[in-house]
Write a protein that binds this ligand. Structure first.
Ligand code: BGC
Length: 466
């Protein structure tokens, strides 16, 4: 009877922690997607040329890179909890700053601040969850973070659409007319303040990561935290394992340049970059344009985005359910199989000009669905479990930084590739990178399901004694 009570309490607490921290992913998704709806309004209002428009978009990405670097350098010192709270504050400041920006320069600065928040959250949220999660549930709990990203993207599409609809109303107040009708982009950004406040509020009850506490010599606090999220027996076993791991780690004195770090680091970077080279963001954000180039109506763009966003969200549940049951590698290989098929088939449709009709839509949805249960969540899960605690934040930051650079590269070169090489060659290029990812995931990636982070170190041969 007692065990049942404990087990129930344990699940609720761990779920609360994972959901609270995962809202960082929701803000990540919202912040990166909101701009797609706001940009036309901002461009018109400030009469932006293409350089200035480029600044608006790239300021967010530049912020991400800065945010990742800050996290890599500071989180070991200030702790996981303070880092994640700092990210939440930056999201809030950015939402309010964008909404009330008096000039274009202020808007760019506020977007940069939001980008820093995204960068920080993209390192710390999945890492925090993975450091907290019991081994047998870690995959599914980190997948919550991916679910939150997809929810954030969808939320941004809905709220943008709703605000555009709202802007067609007549308001008696001058202030309301200015805010909602004349400068609709302002409330679009302000909406983000709501999840930011929820995020900050929920974080107050989230304890510090037990692994970080042990690592910084606060074993008593770590024990108390673990006792609140595990059964007393599990908590004591885990604290002992963490303490042992710490002592071994101190003895082995591994450095960033150590050859044993090379394989996991190479794996993390490769998975991060290849996740982006599957073309996911090109399909999410340029999907409507691809459709238009195939001769479809422009006004269906929003409906199309919402369908894509919903499939993306729904299929993430497959990873939540199966990442710990069938393992990371199985989902990666299966998902990549579908991704490769859909990308090559899409290329073929464009090559032979069969782009009308429902097949194009079905293939794009197949691509999104397969991404949503494989490359999306599994990349984040693996990056956050393959490094030893003492170096984790630095190495995860290097991988996440590579991911953001790859996001930038695709954003920069995709429109060019589409215009100059055509849609067929573009899809085949993404397909080619996904084939590399398939072989890599099959031959190089090691299975980590069900293992504690300390056991994972041994799988990758970076542990102290084996
Ligand atoms: C990727 C993002 C992408 C999102 C889509 C994430 O795993 O890192 O770049 O926009 O999935 O769901």
């Amino acid at each position: 009877m007692k065990t049942t009570t404990n087990a129930k309490y344990k699940t609720v607490s761990i779920n609360y922690i994972s959901i609270a921290v995962a809202i960082g992913g929701l803000l990540f998704g919202f912040d990166t997607a909101v701009i797609s709806g706001a940009i036309t309004f901002v461009t018109a209002q400030f009469s932006l040329d293409s350089i200035a428009e480029g600044w608006l978009v790239s300021s967010g990405l530049l912020g991400c890179i800065i945010g990742v670097a800050i996290t890599g350098l500071a989180s070991d010192r200030i702790g996981r909890k303070r880092t994640v709270i700092l990210a939440g504050i930056l999201f809030l400041v950015s939402a309010v700053g964008c909404a009330f920006a008096p000039t274009f320069a202020t808007l760019v600065a506020a977007r940069l601040i939001g980008g820093i928040g995204v960068g920080m959250a993209s390192v710390i949220s999945p890492m925090y969850i993975s450091e907290f999660a019991p081994a047998e549930k870690r995959g599914s709990l980190v997948a919550y973070y991916q679910l939150a990203i997809t929810a954030g993207i969808l939320l941004a599409y809905f709220s943008n659409a709703l605000l555009v609809h709202f802007s067609q109303h007549d308001f008696s107040s001058r202030m309301m007319t200015w805010f909602f009708v004349e400068e609709t982009w302002r409330p679009m950004f302000l909406v983000m303040a709501i999840p930011s406040l929820i995020f900050l509020g929920m974080l107050l009850r989230v304890p510090e990561s037990p692994r970080w506490l042990v690592w910084t010599g606060k074993k008593d606090q770590a024990t108390a935290v673990l006792k609140s999220v595990r059964t007393p027996k599990e908590a004591l076993q885990e604290i002992e394992a963490l303490d042992n791991a710490k002592q071994k780690t101190e003895k082995r004195k591994i450095r960033l340049s150590d050859p044993r770090i090379r394989l996991p680091l190479f794996t993390g970077i490769t998975l991060a970059v290849l996740q982006q080279f599957s073309g996911i963001n090109a399909i999410i954000y340029y999907g409507p344009r691809i459709f238009q180039s195939a001769g479809m109506e422009a006004d269906n763009a929003l409906a199309f985005q919402i369908v894509i966003g919903s499939v993306n969200l729904l299929f993430t549940f497959v990873a939540i359910k199966y990442a710990d049951k069938y393992g990371r590698k199985f989902l990666l290989k299966t998902g990549l199989g579908g991704i490769i098929f859909s990308l090559f088939a899409l290329g073929a449709l464009f090559h032979w000009g069969y782009t009308e009709g429902v097949v194009l839509l079905v293939l794009m949805l197949l691509f999104i669905a397969c991404f949503a249960f494989s490359l999306g969540p599994i990349t984040w899960i693996i990056i956050n479990e393959i490094f030893p605690t003492d170096l984790r934040v630095k190495l995860v930051s290097i991988c996440t930084m590579s991911l953001w650079v790859a996001v930038w590269l695709v954003g920069q070169f995709f429109p060019w590739l589409l215009d100059y090489a055509g849609a067929a060659a573009t899809f085949w290029t993404f397909g080619f990178f996904s084939v590399i990812n398939f072989v890599f995931s099959w031959k190089v990636v090691k299975e980590t399901k069900g293992k504690t982070l300390e056991e994972v170190e041994r799988v990758w041969h970076v542990g102290g004694s084996h």
